[in-house]
Ligand binder design. Structure first.
Ligand code: ADP
Ligand code: MG
Length: 569
């Protein structure tokens, strides 16, 4: 066994960097946090090649004292903590003194800084954490940190990075999480000289609107609650704006510090349980006595331990629950209600001006809707027609005869499975899904984090049937959509595809995209079907190799042999 020896500082820092700086977004997060701790009123972030080539953060904060510059890149060197007692009354984002040292150890770092009381600033250059030069420079007050060639000496880590647009979007996600809690600070974020995010100083509502989109912001409900000395405030999805199937990660802040905490997420979701299985959009700010939590759990400082888990759970749960109860128009969301809003599949609603539901809808004809928003259901279902008659029950199930049995088919699941199998086959064969051109292009708003991905994925989206062009800031013009997609589902479907592109590995992308397409396009339960539509759907279903369950393993139909029926009598 070789002798035990202390590791040199540069190796220690590189090891720490493995925990603190996982990807360019983590470096941006740490540097922006430093600017916030320096009480900057304006923070500009600029990156090149997804942050791999360059990350630059400029602020107009307090600056670093010239004699402290070398110290700032040393491990455990911080101006924010003096003794162990301070650990339990932290009000700054940083406190571990690990970020600059970690970033410096795996990049070429330049610090330019000037403080108000000094006539001149300082420019210092480091490589792999080692000081290369330090000189006086005429600089405006504040700090500019430039990180070049991140991971230049950690090639394995560099290999794990995703393409530029995904890294840009992760950076944007970090910026948005910090920006949302600091509405008095102006943020600008440019990637390869393109402005991806800009938010001026303003109210919290205005900031949420800049971060999550104006339509999302408008759909949120304000909450305010206090219990056991824990103050909970923020915004949550109003019950009438819940979106089924969409898993939103809540924005949770503790003393303005973005955190992730499964317990709080559960407390939020549980309050929505009476409305169904939803994870709504939530921006929640928690304030509680400093000695009741510990943020020193992980180097990345996202995790928190509470001294009273139950009290935190209960305060958040009650805050959300109460706000929902007090909703002015208490929603009577029942399954039937939500479904009634869905138009028949062969008529897609206008995305922005939905048609009010008529009390007794007549089956619409194509003449009534002479534009190409008409989406015929039949081609999706196929042409082969079974001999047997079909009967629809509860506008959700199709009953028919097959051989010596009766089938009860879930229409939504059946259509989902049919569309999934078709889309998967087409994508695996390198074919594009059918698209229909819209006579009146739809303007959709994308969450800011997904805009860079959309830009890059435009061609991939074409294969899925979407023809999209950039319209302005976070808005996009959709000129064509997959043949069977309802217009009301366009925005969610695109978001689903983009999230797949961001998260998935290439080999399971086809399946995820096919599933997203099927989920957003399948006819809903609660929709009346014509006899012909039912016949073709049954025929298409039964011609599949595995017609029994959806890709998620849900049963598609029940089969009851005639013998069993006879026995029941
Ligand atoms: P921490 O934030 O945990 O203190 P960092 O390694 O992130 O540790 O930063 C080390 C120190 O460098 C900080 O404590 C602060 O004094 C100084 N510093 C870093 N960035 C800035 C900045 N943008 N403006 C002013 N001071 C800064
Ligand atoms: Mg820091």
């Amino acid at each position: 066994m070789p002798q035990i020896q202390l590791l040199p500082d540069c190796v220690v820092n590189q090891i720490a960097a493995g925990e603190v700086i996982e990807r360019p977004a983590s470096a941006v997060k740490e540097l922006v946090e430093n600017s916030l701790d320096a009480e900057a009123a304006q923070i500009k972030i600029s990156v090149k090649k997804g942050g791999k080539d360059l990350i630059q953060i400029s602020d107009n904060g307090c600056g670093i004292e010239p004699e402290d510059i070398e110290k700032s890149v040393l491990r455990h060197a911080t101006s924010k903590l003096r003794d162990a007692g301070d650990l339990f009354k932290l009000s700054t984002n940083g406190f571990r003194g690990e970020a600059l040292s970690s970033i410096a150890s795996i990049s070429k770092l330049v610090i330019e800084t000037a403080i108000r009381s000094m006539p001149c600033g300082v420019r210092a250059e480091f490589e792999g954490g080692v000081l290369k030069s330090k000189e006086e420079a005429a600089l405006p007050f504040g700090t500019v940190i430039t990180v070049k060639d991140l991971f230049f000496n950690a090639p394995v880590r560099a290999e794990f990075l995703k393409n530029d647009s995904v890294e840009n979007s992760r950076i944007l996600d970090c910026i948005i999480r910090l920006a949302m809690a600091n509405e008095k600070v102006r943020f600008e974020y440019r990637a390869d000289n393109r402005m991806l995010f800009c938010s001026a100083e303003g109210s919290l509502q205005a900031r949420i609107s800049d971060c999550l989109g104006a339509s999302v912001a408008r759909s949120l409900k304000e909450i305010e609650w206090e219990e056991f000395g824990i103050r909970v405030r923020g915004f949550i999805s109003a019950p009438e704006n819940l979106q089924a199937g969409k898993r939103n990660i809540p924005y949770i802040y503790l003393q303005k510090r973005p955190i992730y905490n499964a317990l709080i997420a559960k407390a939020i979701n549980q309050a929505y349980a009476p409305y169904g299985d939803y994870s709504p959009i939530a921006v929640i700010f928690l304030d509680m006595p400093l000695e009741t939590f510990d943020v020193n759990v992980h180097p990345a400082k996202r995790e928190v331990r509470f001294s009273r888990d139950n009290a935190v759970f209960s305060a958040v749960n009650h805050a959300v629950h109460n706000a929902l109860q007090n909703a002015i128009s208490y929603p009577s969301i029942s399954i039937a209600n939500t479904l009634r809003e869905n138009p028949p599949a062969y008529i897609a609603t206008n995305f922005q001006n939905p048609q009010p539901p008529t009390p007794d809808p007549q089956p619409p004809t194509q003449e009534l809707f002479p534009d190409n928003r008409i989406i015929p259901i039949s081609p999706a279902i196929g042409n082969a027609t079974p001999q047997t008659e079909c009967l629809q029950i509860g506008k959700s199930f199709i009953v028919c005869e097959q051989g010596q049995s009766m089938l009860i088919i879930d229409q939504h699941r059946a259509h989902k499975l049919i569309l999934y199998e078709r889309a998967l086959q087409a994508l695996q064969n390198g074919e594009s899904l059918d698209s229909q051109e819209l006579l009146f292009p739809e303007i959709i708003e994308m969450p800011a984090v997904l805009s860079p991905i959309l830009d890059e994925q435009k061609n991939e989206l074409k294969k899925l049937g979407f023809y999209i062009e950039h319209f302005g800031f976070n808005t996009w013009q959709v000129r064509g959509i997959p043949a069977h997609l309802r217009i009301s589902a366009v925005g969610q479907a695109i978001i689903g595809f983009l999230e797949n592109a961001k998260e998935s590995r290439e080999n399971d992308m086809f399946k995820k995209n096919a599933l997203c397409y099927a989920n957003s396009s399948a006819i809903p339960s609660g929709m009346e079907l014509s006899a012909q539509d039912m016949k073709t759907m049954v025929s298409d279903l039964l011609s599949l190799q595995n017609p029994y369950e959806t890709p998620k393993g849900e049963a598609v139909f029940m089969k009851m042999p005639l013998e069993d029926i006879k026995r029941k009598f």
